[in-house]
Design a binder for this molecule. Sequence first.
Ligand code: CO8
Length: 367
Amino acid sequence: MSIRITGTGLFHPTEAISNQELVASLNAYVERYNQQHAEQIAAGELEELRGSSEAFIEKASGIKSRYVVEKSGILDINRMYPRLTERSNDELSLQAEWGVTAARQAMQQAGVTADDIDVVILACSNMQRAYPAVSIEIQSALGIKGYAYDMNVACSSATFGLKQARDAIQAGARRVLMVNVEITSAHLNFKSRDCHFIFGDVATAAIIEASTDKAGFELVDINLQTQFSNNIRNNFGFLNRCEDAFGDGLLFNQDGRKVFKEVCPLVAKMINQQLEKNQLNADQIKRFWLHQANANMNELILKYVAGKQAEAARAPIILDEFANTSSAGVMIAMHKTAHEVAVGEYAILSSFGAGYSVGTVLLKKVA
Ligand code: CO8
């Protein structure tokens, strides 16, 4: 059975924040904090906060800008998180709304309607609520029958979601709609210079189906791995209230340097194993759609896999415009550069992130 991705969709909010705007906001906050706490800092009771810099952000990550759900609340140094209006239970939730928009595009590209789809999977890092599953809301808004569920494997949610989609089709489902809606700015500590620049908000979607004649990307092989690490954590959860735990410490935090060092060789090893298993060499892979966390990381992984001379264009970067959009990053890279792969050529989609979790998906363009 040839199981393929036959359509993809992408939605991003209209508001964006440049590095310049973000750094100006953090630095104003830092300056005010240091002034307000000058005495304790001088007495050695508090540590002085250090400012951020545009040059550092671009050099360390490749990020220049990011789309966000709401800009003014993030940049307001008295708030530093998006300003959203609570919706009633009768309205479509924000996450479902973005998911539906991306899904409609993917369905149109695949030439399918709601009646053709049996399964909806929302695969992403942060769910707007515990239940009812947001995927069921998306399913209902689109008028899809069958079943839906939410799943979270952090930045690897999309590759793990593709495995779930393939399994569902092998078990009899006709088509799966996978949606990745990442509203990361709601869970980011914009007061921390270490991570305030990293993430952006977006939604992607894909249609996966069995076909012998539809254009798309065949899922040739999927390789998943998880390995426990404390180096990327988000401790926000429903037990916080009972633990009397509150504050910014519960938001996303990581030891980026360790992640960089540990994850690059792991990903390269898994891609090389996949190539060997499928009797391919790296030169036969036209595009490596790698997780979009850091441009330097992707450059290094490409070198490990395809050699020092590998052309940078073989691992497309969308970080400059979107920043790290967690699970959606690989899907954006694919959506934007799928046309660069000719029928019969191969591509690899590879995600990596918290867990650690790594997924590599070998794809072949088919007509
Ligand atoms: N401006 C200026 N200087 C800075 C800044 C800043 N903003 N931040 C740090 N510095 C300084 C540091 O203090 C340090 O200076 P010194 O040596 O004097 O102390 C120096 O710059 C170097 O700091 P780092 O070592 O921290 O910098 P790196 O070069 O390692 O770059 C990165 C930091 C960009 C974070 C990099 O380490 C990286 O990208 N690592 C990989 C991260 C990664 O892949 N993470 C996985 C993705 S996350 C995920 O999977 C979870 C999903 C979560 C969903 C969304 C939730 C919001």
